[in-house]
Design a protein. Structure first.
Ligand SMILES: [Zn+2]
Length: 299
């Protein structure tokens, strides 16, 4: 239980704070910046706010993807009012983490909430929804694919298997050739794998590769936390990076090294230009990933 609580607090504090071991932020004005991706698609970011929020304007209302840390739902609503008079009618959450779903509870109870079915089961375990009479809880789920709307308003949701969690949705706006990939795509970083929510080191690269092959016609990518959009080709490089990591890790473990011993030898292969050698200590750093892999290989 304690582990779950600590994990929840870390998630709420956000990956950046966890990486740099900063003290918790003192409450202050909650400032969101807007990046315009297209006339009808924006990304909201802000220091301490949590995951990137996409704002998609459609004919009959606004769909957002991810709702940030606790206390950031209202700032999202306020910022959207500067962009459009239309109401927010739908939230899509890419996965269950507190820095992506907590703001849900501040939206009107009528808002539709759509997630992958495993993410709904994970959200049902979270205190924030219990404390808010289930406001913001997922109302509709999909297993592998769901399409919402059509034409300029179309949104395609996909699930390709376990990775960051066991319910990572990829959200595609086909008319804009743009996708929000949540935390499954970690840019040029070693991704986090949340074993408590069904994440997988063993299947991570497969999942990203399946998504990269299975989704067509995307050029621009919004991910969970990075400051800029990236490209579809970057997603393929990230899949290769994860494949190389798991191949190396399986070899090291099969040679009889312990997770701790092997972890000391991990180096980012030189061909991955710009990839960070820093690895978040959340989920135990490289050794934690190797332990998770070891458990998965025994199954
Ligand atoms: Zn996450």
């Amino acid at each position: 239980m304690r582990r779950v609580i600590v994990l929840g607090v870390l998630m709420a504090a956000g990956i950046t704070a966890a990486l740099t071991a900063q003290p918790p932020q003192t409450p202050g004005p909650k400032v969101l910046e807007v990046e315009k991706v297209a006339d009808n698609l924006f990304v909201l970011r802000g220091a301490g706010s949590g995951g990137n929020t996409a704002v998609f304007l459609t004919a009959d209302g606004v769909t957002i993807v991810d709702a940030k840390n606790p206390g950031w739902g209202q700032p999202i609503l306020d910022k959207i009012k500067e962009l459009t008079p239309k109401p927010v009618t739908r939230i899509i959450n890419t996965h269950t983490h507190g820095d992506h779903v907590s703001g849900n509870v501040e939206f009107p109870a009528t808002v539709d909430v759509v997630v992958q079915e495993n993410t709904k089961a994970n959200m049902e375990k979270m205190d924030i929804f219990k404390q808010n009479n289930n406001r913001g809880m997922a109302k509709r789920t999909f297993k592998d694919k769901m399409t919402i709307g059509k034409g300029a308003d179309q949104i395609d949701l996909y699930y390709f298997g376990p990775g960051h969690t066991n319910g990572d949705a990829w959200v595609v706006f086909p008319a804009l050739r743009t996708a929000h990939l949540g935390d499954l795509f970690a840019g040029k970083n070693m991704p986090l794998v949340d074993g408590n929510n069904g994440g997988s080191v063993l299947h991570y690269a497969d999942t990203v590769n399946k998504a990269h092959r299975g989704i067509k016609n995307v050029d621009t990518v919004i991910n969970g936390h990075s400051n800029t959009t990236t490209t579809w080709a970057d997603v393929k490089t990230f899949a290769d990076f994860n494949q190389d990591f798991v191949t190396w890790a399986q070899g090291a473990l099969k040679s009889g090294k312990s997770a701790e011993e092997a972890a000391k030898e991990w180096k980012v292969p030189e061909k991955y230009t710009g990839y960070s050698s820093q690895v978040s200590n959340m989920f135990g750093g490289i050794a934690g990933r190797l332990q998770r892999l070891q458990e998965e290989m025994k199954r």
